[in-house]
Design a binder for this molecule. Structure first.
Ligand code: B12
Ligand code: SF4
Length: 450
């Protein structure tokens, strides 16, 4: 059979922000599970790849929520031409009935053991509507990604993707990870990860894991074995796990770590606690959080924080407080996300029950638009404030002001700062807020660093 593995995208987001994209890993993994007698085409519409072909037998779609409508349109196009269309990934997993109305079969959760079954059923004309794995897939059987397929995409994340672990022990209100991939933290054998890094042909690695630092014993083993490979790497981690053991942080640095993407989420402790994200901080107050950030920076790694605006504890001063806090603590880079109640999350259920969802127009579910009624501000204030934070944090003066804690990774720090500054200005514009009074601001600045 000729199989198309595709990541669809709304036309207006094609080539929209390459900083946010890395080629879709799931497609490369499914390709690795595909028996050799099939022919595979991989296409990532977000990069402008053509996704319409005449001679496809089976289409495998992987999609996040913002890609759902584009996926359904593409599915209709192929089904009209007689191809079988199957869909997996986060959106189809949490909205399986909706997806099943548009495609021939849906995979709920991990596709590792399901994909082969779907291909056999498609060949036999016997696809069933919904497939669910029997349990969590044994992670030691996960093969390396097929990196030889698809166009080589040049992006700011021009790294080779590696997945070392799956699962997350936390359960933040706005996230689906632990619901879908389990709270059990599963680690691939270190040897498999090292072999994949050696074979991937890149010295820059991007760990896809939700939290690469979750198991200290595993990290110690992995990082020690990475030192001789002389690679650079970035990954995601929770503030708590990353600061538990300074020796492990130093080992991470020696293994080539350049920076970590860390969910700080909010400067508002009540918001962090209400969204259950306080537990991953392991910090009782903002001073604790600030101290932990400083520890990571001191070890010579960049900290890219992820901040969420619009949590119920947030009032219109949250934007300025957030930027002040990040600047005061020299946080290297930051993403500013508008709270998005993705389907399958507890916050989606709660806001829906409270009648606060404005719509379920999936292409707008991307952390850049307000899709719910915030508790303490208007949707416009939330959007403008978030855009303001994205441009104010990346003002030239602020970038240079933070440099003294980020000088150990100068190229990545300055390069990513300049790139994000440009992307935020182009994609969102400057935004705006009503500033705090001078007295409020002075008091807050003191509170930020203690
Ligand atoms: C790494 C990652 C990123 C990377 C790269 C993403 C990419 N394009 O590949 C970066 C940092 C760039 C990123 C960015 C964003 N991300 Co992200 N990301 C992840 C993360 C941590 C892992 C995804 C991954 O690659 N896993 C490894 C692959 C192999 O696993 P997988 O994709 O889950 O696939 C498995 C199954 O789902 C299934 N499967 C998947 N597709 C298919 C298809 C078929 C046919 C079948 C049978 C099975 C199947 O089988 C696979 C093997 O088991 C997930 C969280 C998570 N744990 O899933 C969030 C996640 C996907 N991201 C999310 C979001 C929101 C974003 C952003 C919008 C954030 C932002 N504010 O900008 C952007 C959007 C990026 C874009 N437009 O492309 C949300 C999506 C929620 C939703 N419902 O849409 C998630 C779930 C995180 C969360 N906490 O909620 N992300
Ligand atoms: S720590 Fe990260 S991956 Fe885990 S539940 Fe919270 S947001 Fe999701």
């Amino acid at each position: 059979m000729k199989i198309l593995l595709v990541s669809p995208c709304e036309p207006k987001y094609v080539n929209y922000s390459k900083s946010k994209k890395v080629v879709c890993a799931a497609l490369r993994l499914l390709a690795a599970y595909t028996p050799k007698n099939h022919k595979i085409v991989i296409a990532d519409q977000g990069y402008g790849d053509d996704v319409h072909f005449d001679d496809i037998d089976v289409v495998g779609i992987s999609a996040m929520t913002a890609q759902a409508n584009a996926s359904y349109r593409l599915a209709a196009w192929y089904r009209q031409r007689g191809a079988k269309v199957v869909m997996g990934g986060i959106h189809a997993s949490v909205m399986s009935d909706e997806a099943a109305a548009h495609v021939d079969a849906v995979c709920v959760g991990e596709g590792d053991a399901i994909w082969g079954r779907m291909l056999d059923a498609a060949a036999a004309g016997a696809l069933q509507k919904i497939y669910r794995p029997d349990g969590l897939f044994p992670i030691d059987r996960v093969p390396p990604f097929r990196r030889d397929l698809g166009k080589k995409q040049k992006t700011t994340f021009n790294h080779a993707m590696i997945q070392a672990t799956r699962g997350c022990p936390y359960s933040c209100e706005f996230c689906t990870t632990s619901a879908l991939f389990g709270k059990k933290y599963r680690c691939r054998p270190v040897e498999n990860v090292i072999d994949e890094i050696k074979a991937c042909g890149s010295r820059s690695i991007f760990f896809l894991d939700d939290n690469i630092f979750c198991s200290p014993a595993y990290c110690e083993n992995l990082f020690a074995k990475m030192i001789p490979l002389k690679v650079r790497w970035v990954g995601q981690a929770s503030l708590n796990s990353v600061t538990m053991d300074p020796a492990l942080l130093r080992l991470a640095k020696r293994s080539g770590a350049k920076g970590l993407f860390i969910g700080i989420e909010s400067v508002n402790h009540a918001s962090r606690r209400a969204s259950s994200s306080a537990s991953k901080m392991g910090a009782s107050d903002l001073h604790d959080v600030a101290g932990k950030i400083r520890l990571v920076l001191k070890s010579g790694l960049l900290v890219q924080s992820s901040m969420i605006f619009g949590l119920d504890g947030d009032d219109p001063t949250v934007f300025e407080r957030t930027v002040d806090f990040l600047n005061a603590n020299h946080v290297s880079l930051s993403s500013f996300c508008i709270l998005t109640p993705y389907p399958g999350t507890r916050v989606h259920e709660r806001l829906k029950a409270e009648g606060r969802l404005l719509h379920e127009d999936w292409p707008l579910y991307s952390n850049e638009n307000v899709v719910f009624r915030p508790a303490q501000m208007t949707p416009e204030q939330l959007k403008n404030g978030s855009d303001w934070a994205g441009t104010t944090f990346y003002r030239r003066r602020s970038i240079f002001g933070r440099f003294r804690s980020n000088w150990r990774v100068p190229v990545l720090y300055l390069g990513m700062s300049a790139f994000t500054r440009h992307a935020n200005l182009t994609n969102h514009g400057p935004g705006g807020i009503t500033p705090m009074s001078k007295a409020e601001k002075r008091a807050w600045k003191m509170a930020c660093t203690g």
